[in-house]
Design a binder for this molecule. Sequence first.
Ligand code: UD1
Ligand code: CA
Length: 474
Amino acid sequence: MAFRALVLAAGKGTRFRSELPKVLHRILGKPMLWYVINSALKAGAQEVVVVVGHKRELVESFLREEFPFVKVAYQKEQLGTGHAVLVSRELFKGYSGKVVVLNGDMPLIEPSSVKAVAEAEGDMAVLTAQAQDPTGYGRVIREGEELLYIVEEKDASEKEKAVKEVNAGVYSFNSEKLFSLLERLGNDNAQGEYYLPDLVKLFKEEGLKVVAVKSNDFASVMGVNNRYELSVAEDLMRDRIVRELQLNGITIHNPKSVYIEPEVKIGRDTEIFGPAYIKGKTVIGERCFIGPYCEIRDSEIKDGARVESYTWMEGALIGEGASVGPFAKLRKGTVLKEKAKIGTFVETKNALIEEGAKANHLTYLGDCKVGKNTNVGAGTITCNYDGFNKWFTEIGDNVFVGSSTLFIAPVKVGSGSITAAGSVITSDVPENTLAVARSRQVNYVGKAERVREKARRKGLEHTRKDSRTQEKGS
Ligand code: UD1
Ligand code: CA
């Protein structure tokens, strides 16, 4: 069934007590509005119109970035959900198909529910759900099975308030009838607003057919009106994503502590230990291992790679069979080729680590290339920054970098070379060369005892001086 969607996102969200419009508050890294629009698209919406108002620039700039094809209607004053629909009228001129209207603050709405409402027969359909606690929602009043009207909580009698079937905030309409009857909405109610749900009554008065589509999952239609509800919705969405991954062949331990954002992709037989934060556009391949306490942002991890516990990475690419951590920090532009290894307390940035290369401990590799099968010893640092500019270090294949080598960039080390431990490499090293850049050691045989003797004498003098000053003072 073809339809167009209209999403209401002009409200301020007073109860959020925020500078940010309500619909831009995030669940798993994405604004609530993102989920609602996606759900409408997945359900088959051919076009999406969003009503913006409060801080419209912010909402519109989000839309331009994520959904450049959506159209925008502007509600200057927030006079109610009915009025919000009315301001979109121009955009539906000449359209006589179905319009599905959705509240912008229901991020858990499932495409299947949107579809069911769009496909419902009648001139108007309303999605409803049975709530345990209906507080705050519009109540659905029926006579027998027949839908009579919807009453907002603030306008409801005690008897109406006792009803647990609520208005979810998703409706479908015959477009022409919607816009012709909208003008007749009044605002004579507790909030002085034009209520969209009042259309139930108006449609019925016109002898038009109004139906209720009842969802059996209240959680998926919850409205988010404050930050507590935001956290509840986030947790439900988190659970939904984790479950879907599990059903698709990913093993997830301690699942309640696993936070995975909606655009993340993970391949089969990968194993993840919580707590874990996997964010943005991260893509993880098959048969990977992610140990506990990792945060992975916008990175790509190829098949069979291992990320050990307490690893943080952003914008990194981990090659097939490569391994990282525990306790590693991989910053933007880190590329590990196949079977490369970054170990404990190693930080990398803009670093190309070629196949089979290793930096196992306590190292900083920034703005550099490390060649194939090169071994970087503990305590190595690429000194890439001189206080003004960043410089590059290029290390060839099969190099043995001795522990605590400092590379004063820009500098190059040819393939097959060795740097002696503790070297400060300031100029290029040719291929197959041993570079020793440290002062020579001198051994004074027998001098150790004399040094200790001198130290003892000094100590004694010191205590004598100390006690004299104390005597004087007392
Ligand atoms: C609304 C329904 C209520 C339903 C509930 C479901 C009305 C009058 N009430 O109540 O029956 O049970 O949703 O969650 O519709 N908005 C605008 N312009 C406005 C007012 C609101 O764009 O002038 C937008 C808001 O940004 C929000 C959505 O419409 O995304 C719903 O508004 P909200 O104030 O949250 O309605 P509720 O009081 O929750
Ligand atoms: Ca709401």
